[in-house]
Design a protein around this ligand. Structure first.
Ligand SMILES: [Zn+2]
Length: 208
C-alpha cells in the first residue's frame, strides 16, 4: 500500500461535498459527464485517488456512482443494508481517508429503506438480525418522539428512524475511530449526512 497517496488534503472536505452536489445535479438534470470510462480505467491502473467515501445502503436504487454521476476511481462506495457501522465498515472508512486520501465521509440514508422498515417492525432473519440490531438505537430515538404509530406503515416514523440512523452512524464513526476523529479535528476530513429520495433521484444534503 506504500504507493498509495497519503492524505495530504489535496481537496478540502467542502470542495469534495461540492463535487458530489454538482454530480447529483447533473444526474437529476440528465446531463451526465461525458466520461470515457475505459480511458479512466487506464488512467487509474496504477493508483487510485478518490476524493470522497460514501457509506450508503445496498438498495439497488441507490448506487453512489450513478446518483452522483461519478467515474472510475472518483469515490469509494461502501454499501451495507441500512448503512450501519460495523468494525469492518470502520476499517474501510479508515483506509479510505487515512491511507487513500479521501477528504469527505458522506453517510447517506434513503427513503423506502427495507432495512429501516425491518428495524421499525423488529424483523428477525438469519444474519440480517445482527444488522437490524445496529439500527435499534435509531428506533429508540424515534420511539421517544412517537407514542403511537411505531411501525413501517407510519412514514413519519420511518423517516425519523432513517434520519436518526444516519446521525447515529456519524457519531459512531467519530467516537469509535481515533484515526478518523483526528483527521476531522485537523480539518483534513469532513463527515456529512445525506438522504437520497428514491422517488425523485435527489440527494438532500445536511449536516454541513
Ligand atoms: Zn436501504
Amino acid at each position: 500500500m506504500t504507493d498509495l497517496a497519503k492524505n495530504e488534503g489535496v481537496i478540502t472536505p467542502e470542495e469534495a461535498l461540492l463535487r458530489l452536489k454538482e454530480g447529483n445535479f447533473r444526474f437529476l438534470n440528465n446531463m451526465p459527464q461525458n466520461k470515457d470510462l475505459l480511458t479512466e480505467v487506464d488512467l487509474t491502473k496504477d493508483m487510485q485517488t478518490p476524493y470522497a467515501v460514501i457509506l450508503s445502503c445496498m438498495d439497488s436504487r441507490t448506487s453512489a456512482e450513478l446518483i452522483f454521476d461519478q467515474g472510475v476511481g472518483d469515490i469509494f462506495s461502501i454499501r451495507i443494508a441500512g448503512n450501519v457501522v460495523t468494525d469492518g465498515i470502520l476499517g474501510s472508512l479508515e483506509f479510505a481517508t487515512a491511507i487513500a486520501g479521501a477528504s469527505l465521509i458522506l453517510v447517506m440514508g434513503h427513503t423506502s429503506c427495507g432495512a429501516i422498515k425491518g428495524a421499525c417492525d423488529n424483523v428477525k432473519l438469519g444474519y440480517l438480525s445482527e444488522l437490524m440490531h445496529r439500527i435499534e438505537p435509531a428506533v429508540e430515538m424515534a420511539n421517544a418522539l412517537f407514542a403511537t404509530g411505531r411501525s413501517s406503515k407510519n412514514i413519519d416514523y420511518v423517516s425519523a428512524v432513517t434520519k436518526f440512523n444516519v446521525e447515529y452512524a456519524m457519531a459512531e464513526i467519530r467516537q469509535r475511530s481515533t484515526i478518523i476523529s483526528e483527521l476531522v479535528k485537523s480539518g483534513k476530513v469532513g463527515i456529512g449526512a445525506a438522504l437520497y429520495d428514491v422517488a425523485t433521484g435527489k440527494v438532500i444534503f445536511n449536516g454541513f
